[in-house]
Write a protein that binds this ligand. Structure first.
Ligand code: DAT
Length: 176
């Protein structure tokens, strides 16, 4: 099914908070003209956040409502989806999945700079150490479409963006 009805690919950019998803997606959208969809923002705009989880100090996401709201947009293709999770999207939505990774100390500094503290900071660092999102992506999509990319430095970010742009160009040639 993947890609058959689309003239431009759908890409999932995932990874622990702070690994560089937003920055990478912004650059990619500028370079390629594809549309960057920030799932966390869509969840707020479409009122998909429900009761509050006291332990994690964050609202609970109504996944079905979120997915229903994104479906027609995803069917059009040409979307770069940015989310810190990989498992609840329909597999058919994506032509490729990139999991951004960062070293723990670098990630720690980025999240501390963002104001994360205590359990929230520790949980996110653990998430990266245990490669939770990479495992989630591998469990949710075919192995051959899941790619891990290091995102510690600006040079690596630039390389990642260029690599994804090349992949998009090739996809368009292959799917004309
Ligand atoms: P995310 O969207 O995954 O939460 P982000 O794009 O907001 O991450 O990045 C968090 C911060 O880290 C931001 O200040 C930019 C910086 N950053 C991210 N990736 C980087 C990289 N590869 N090199 C240097 N800085 C990076």
């Amino acid at each position: 099914m993947n890609g058959i009805h689309r003239t431009s690919p759908n890409i999932l950019i995932t990874g622990t908070p702070g690994v560089g998803k937003s920055t990478t997606c912004r650059l990619l959208a500028e370079k390629t003209g594809l549309t960057w969809l920030e799932v966390s923002k869509i969840a707020i705009e479409n009122r998909c956040l429900e009761e509050y989880d006291e332990v994690y100090r964050c609202p609970v996401l109504n996944e079905d409502k979120l997915l229903d709201g994104m479906e027609s947009s995803m069917q059009q293709g040409g979307k770069i989806v940015d989310y810190h999770g990989a498992e609840f999207f329909p597999e058919r939505w994506f032509d490729i999945v990139f999991v951004l990774r960062a070293d723990n100390t670098i990630l720690y500094d980025r999240l501390a700079a963002r104001g994360y503290t205590g359990k929230k900071l520790e949980d996110n660092i653990d998430c990266e150490i245990f490669q939770t999102i990479l495992d989630e992506a591998k469990a949710s999509y075919k192995d051959e479409i899941v790619h891990e990319l290091q995102s510690n430095t600006n040079e690596e970010m630039e390389e990642n963006v260029n690599r994804i742009c090349q992949w998009i160009d090739q996809w368009k040639i292959d799917n004309q």
